[in-house]
Design a protein around this ligand. Structure first.
Ligand code: 13P
Length: 254
């Protein structure tokens, strides 16, 4: 049985004071029963992690803390970078690696994503490994080929035990921030395809890996997506910035 996971990727939004309010507001809208059903993760910018951590720990909230990116070195002369050890010390449990915006705007390759994913695991955290095709690739019938290459290369070298506990997010690039969600059938089929790829390399561990869908998830479409066998949750951008809206996504069955 895979527990559902819904993660809010705040991207480059919110200062640390706004982050405190958002975490508090979200917590008022969620009950203990919600956390039993869904792992709820928020991924604020680096500058808000410490503040979010303090609220979560002081108020004993069930919300988990995620980061949006990481470097793979432990420390050293890497100006501007943040290490897995630094994130772990802030009680960060999940780290997004290989988001399409990192791949497209900051030149991250599958090899870089793979190195980051391994470093996150080595530091005792869970990577949320993102994959997804462009609109051109989908139109050319190459979505599976693209996503297959990305997923295999991004999780190479991870041991089977760890693969069982990582999270993979299928985020078609054409659906991110566009309001154009993949249909539940298409998203479900691609998430099944992702799981098959993991199964090919890692066998039964793939049954435990959580596969999320991301791309214009909102309170109106989340239930249909979650009904799909191989969709275990969502990676939510825009709709995670309003605590009311995000709480409605988390409570998708209500
Ligand atoms: P939107 O939900 O805004 O489309 O963003 C999706 C995303 O990129 C989450 O990582």
């Amino acid at each position: 049985m895979r527990k559902n996971l819904i993660a809010g990727n705040w991207k480059m939004n919110t200062n640390h004071l706004e982050a405190i309010q958002m975490v508090q507001k979200l917590s008022y809208r969620l009950d203990p029963a919600d956390y039993e059903r869904v792992d709820v993760v928020v991924c604020p910018p680096f500058t808000a992690l410490r503040s979010a951590q303090t609220v979560i720990e002081t108020d004993h909230l069930g919300i988990k803390l995620g980061a949006q990116n990481v470097d793979w070195h432990d420390n050293g002369a890497f100006t501007g970078e943040i290490s897995p050890l630094m994130l772990h010390k802030l009680s960060v449990s999940h780290v997004i690696v290989g988001h399409s915006e990192r791949r497209q705007l900051f030149g991250e390759t599958d090899e870089v994503v793979n190195t980051k994913a391994n470093a996150v695991i080595a530091a005792g955290m869970t990577p949320i490994v993102c994959v997804g095709e462009t609109e051109d690739e989908r139109d050319a019938g190459e979505a599976e080929a693209r996503v297959g290459t990305q997923i295999r290369a991004s999780i190479e070298g991870i041991d089977s035990e760890s693969v069982a506990s990582i999270v993979v997010a299928y985020e078609p690039i054409w659906a991110i921030g566009t309001g154009r969600t993949a249909s539940a059938d298409d998203a479900g089929a691609m998430c099944s395809f992702v799981r098959e790829q993991i199964r090919d390399s890692f066998g039964d561990a793939a049954e435990s890996t959580r596969v999320l869908y991301g791309g214009s998830v909102n309170p109106g479409n989340v239930a249909g997506l979650m009904a799909k066998q191989d969709i275990d949750g969502g990676l939510v951008g825009g709709a995670s910035l309003d605590p009311d809206t995000f709480a409605s996504v988390v409570r998708y069955w209500v």
